[in-house]
Design a protein. Structure first.
Length: 302
């Protein structure tokens, strides 16, 4: 799990995870990826590893801050279990609810299981922006599961496909959408944040949303292309009307037809060119994005 300003929650989270897995009789490993927050998380992670042992607690320190989703994928590269659970280190996700994810996965043999929150415990504004973001993403990225959250169980074989993906912005749930449609959902609890405020400011949330749309959705470029075509047709039609009126009726103010024709055709052509250029850039983005050519979920060889 990625850690950023988690010095006060890393130890209690590890203790709760240890209690759950020991009580359930399951083997586990906790992987902390230090995303270079401005606190003493790394020192605490070292202490926790020494206390619980390196077999149960692995720690990774990134060279700089790469962001939550990149840190998650870094953790995937170190995981050795059959399933991976991603969760926040701020105790908003209950370790006991991992059992619900495991049960749901067993029930439907899913590749991914999302923990859908019964009630969000963010601020009212954060809850509103989160709901709006999900509605916009549902429109812009139809294949994205509507109940995606940061509390997920992922089949390790599926998660490893994310290691080879490259594009202009990392969004784990977008990657998972490209890989599999075998997704389950189970309702879990959501608790108040412990020890600190969220590192996601309004500005960061807006930037995150814009990056997701530009990278994973073709809706913006499609709207631009459609708008440019409509404007080009309207401006061209009006310019032809002005030209015909000037030729046959000659009742317009001198200079007005020339101005309208130049602006009409000029603005229409500029917008049409922008739309065409946007389509080319979108195709370049698709070409340079590395996705898996195929994903083997099950293989039977005689």
């Amino acid at each position: 799990m990625p850690t950023y300003r988690g010095q006060d929650t890393i130890r209690p989270l590890t203790q709760q995870l240890d209690q759950f897995f020991c009580a359930a009789g399951l083997s586990y490993e906790v992987i902390f990826v230090n995303d270079c927050g401005p606190d003493h998380s790394w020192c605490v992670m070292q202490e926790v590893q020494a206390e619980f042992g390196s077999e149960r607690v692995k720690i990774v320190r990134l060279a700089r801050n790469f962001g939550q989703h990149n840190a998650l994928i870094c953790g995937f590269s170190h995981a050795q279990s059959d399933f991976i659970v991603t969760m926040d280190e701020d105790l908003q996700h209950s370790p006991a609810d991992v059992g619900l994810l495991l049960a749901k996965q067993t029930e439907g043999d899913y590749d991914v299981v999302y923990g859908r929150y019964d009630a969000l415990q963010h601020s009212g504004f954060r809850n509103f922006t989160s709901r709006m973001l999900k509605k916009l993403l549902a429109i812009g990225i139809p294949g994205l599961h509507p109940d995606f959250t940061a509390f997920r169980l992922i089949r390790a074989a599926i998660a490893r496909y994310c290691l080879d993906m490259t594009n202009s912005y990392t969004f784990l749930d977008g990657y998972l959408t490209w890989i599999t449609q075998s997704v389950g959902v189970v309702t879990v609890g959501h608790h108040e944040r412990a020890a600190r405020q969220s590192s996601y400011t309004v500005g960061k949330l807006i930037e995150h949303s814009i990056n997701i749309f530009v990278t994973f959705s073709d809706l913006p470029v499609r709207l631009l292309s459609l708008t440019s075509v409509v404007v080009f047709v309207l401006m061209t039609t009006y310019s032809l009307y002005i030209l015909a009126r000037e030729l046959f009726l000659n009742d317009l103010t001198p200079g007005f037809p020339n101005l309208i024709i130049m602006l009409g055709f000029g603005v229409g052509l500029l917008l049409l060119g922008m739309g065409i250029l946007g389509e080319y850039i979108h195709r370049i983005n698709l070409k340079t994005t590395r996705r898996p050519n195929f994903v083997e979920r099950e293989t039977f060889v005689n």
